[in-house]
Design a protein around this ligand. Structure first.
Ligand SMILES: [Zn+2]
Length: 413
């Protein structure tokens, strides 16, 4: 893509009222636009990142046997009354209002109330189990103060998967597999997530959160410095300095961002909706459920919180909007021609490239490139042409190197 055709521009300053670091950087670099607190427009570059994250999530969910569906975000009151969640937590979490017909409606913040009766129509026998469905959709939360940018929105992107099983052992086996899938997703997105025990509600000992440790996090996690033990502050009875209950290690405290969670629902919702199946002996039994959430928009915000420096964003390779930022420095015919040729060559080799072909000064282009944070920067200038090289630099490293075209293409592979 040619940057001269990109309608978005970088900004010198983020809006003053934007307090979160992730949104400040994303707005300045031209990835998102703030409509209001908790609601952002994804501009072309931001949408490319969001879609890449969704693709990574989708691949892992398909590997888990999940079948993709899309449920409405606009929901009727009745199924929520069945579980009690229309009133508790009610409007504290859910946007609720009436249509012109007088019908009570709400915007979805989770979909157990919709997916359970949906699957009840199709699952009758043990032969129909296990089964898992998921969707990637915008969800809504009636947040009183949405001030964390993409980390906590009124509207946000969510992947929610629901699994249905004939017995608890089967659920737990799937639940463990989902942990591996989740860790894969975060790794591909450049995040190191830790599995943390959290409250399981009334129906399970634990649920699990996936937490990324960063000083900017809203959550507090207590973890062992030696083993995998980790709990969130809502359930942890230990404090920093205590001895780990599982080994000799010391408990430490960290700030963290929750990027995913998984929950063994067991029969909580199947009981509310009388969702049963016929087992091998012909007996009716409640279906055992699990649910599994990841917010792609929150992952995007978390990546920016973790991967940046004082100049701008540093995208991990797999979710960068483009792999290469090609900068044309200077406006001689020679430089025009050489940079244009390199741009075409990169495209032919199917390397994702953003070509800064604008008539701007070198300073503006270098600053924009650092702010936008694509993994590799290439420079074609009078100086590089004289040496018959291209300047090659990783965004995350200080030093650049000079490569011949041949060396360049073998390196980009
Ligand atoms: Zn330990």
């Amino acid at each position: 893509m040619r940057q001269s055709k990109l309608f978005t521009k970088t900004l010198k300053q983020a809006p003053k009222e934007e307090l979160s670091l992730n949104a400040q950087l994303l707005i300045k670099a031209g990835y998102v636009d703030k409509l209001m607190s908790g609601a952002y427009t994804y501009l072309p570059l931001g949408l490319r990142v969001l879609e890449k994250i969704k693709d990574i999530v989708r691949t892992e969910m398909n590997n888990l046997g999940g079948q993709e569906i899309l449920m409405p975000a606009l929901l009727p009151k009745e199924p929520w009354q069945k579980t009690g969640r229309w009133d508790e937590p009610g409007e504290e979490v859910m946007f609720q209002f009436q249509g012109r017909s007088g019908k009570d409606l709400g915007l979805g913040w989770t979909h157990e109330e919709i997916v359970t009766p949906l699957m009840k129509q199709f699952v009758q026998s043990y032969k129909d189990l296990p089964v898992a469905v998921y969707q990637i959709q915008d969800k809504f939360r009636n947040e009183p103060r949405a001030k964390s940018g993409l980390l906590r929105g009124l509207e946000f992107s969510m992947k929610d998967l629901y699994s249905f099983h004939a017995n608890e052992d089967d659920l737990l086996e799937y639940y463990e597999k989902s942990k591996t899938a989740y860790l894969n997703i975060f790794k591909h997105c450049g995040l190191e997530a830790r599995i943390v025990e959290a409250s399981g509600g009334d129906f399970s000992k634990f649920s699990h959160e996936f937490q990324v440790f960063t000083e900017y996090g809203e959550d507090t996690v207590f973890y062992c410095s030696k083993c995998d033990f980790a709990q969130n502050d809502e359930i942890c009875e230990l404090k920093a300095g205590d001895k780990c209950p599982e080994c000799e290690g010391e408990i430490k405290e960290a700030k963290a961002i929750e990027v995913g969670n998984i929950f063994p629902l067991k029969t909580k919702y199947s009981k509310d909706f009388d969702f049963t199946f016929t087992d091998k002996e012909g007996k009716q039994k409640p279906v055992i459920m699990g649910c599994y959430g990841i917010g792609p928009s929150r992952v995007l915000g978390s990546v920016v919180e973790v991967h940046h420096d004082d100049k701008g964003i540093i995208w991990p390779e797999k979710i960068a909007p483009f792999q290469v930022h090609l900068l044309k420095i200077g406006d001689s015919d020679e430089v025009d021609k050489a940079s244009e040729n390199l741009y075409q060559e990169l495209k032919e080799r199917e390397i994702e490239v953003l070509f800064d072909d604008r008539e701007e000064s070198a300073g503006v282009k270098f600053n924009d490139s650092d702010l936008m944070g694509l993994p590799v920067r290439l420079v074609v200038s009078q100086k590089t042409l004289k040496k018959q090289v291209v300047e090659y630099k990783f965004r995350k490293e200080e030093n650049s190197e000079e490569l011949s075209q041949e060396e360049l293409f073998s390196k980009l592979k």
